[in-house]
Write a protein of this length. Structure first.
Length: 86
């Protein structure tokens, strides 16, 4: 049981690291495109948002909920100084 929890924890850590790696690469491409007068990612995203504003709103809400959950969630668990609230 403990080994499965460790495997899931490691998988989650690798997924988060990969997500931040992809975000870093996307930001680097955006910067490169702006500095070299190529078409940046923003020029693809804006027309999609104007074409599908409802979907853009739903995606923004889901991202906000996920960020709020992970950044301002309860302060207990494996990574907190106190194990469980009493």
């Amino acid at each position: 049981m403990v080994s499965m929890r460790l495997v899931i924890g490691n998988l989650f850590s690798w997924l988060v690291a990969a997500l931040f790696g992809v975000i870093t690469l996307l930001l680097a491409f955006e910067s490169w495109a702006l500095l070299t007068n190529h078409k940046p990612i923003t020029d693809y995203v804006r027309p999609a948002i104007h074409s599908y504003p409802g979907l853009a709103f739903v995606i923004a809400v889901v991202v906000g909920i996920l960020l709020g959950h992970f950044l301002w969630g309860p302060a207990y668990g494996r990574t907190s100084p106190a194990d469980q609230p009493k």
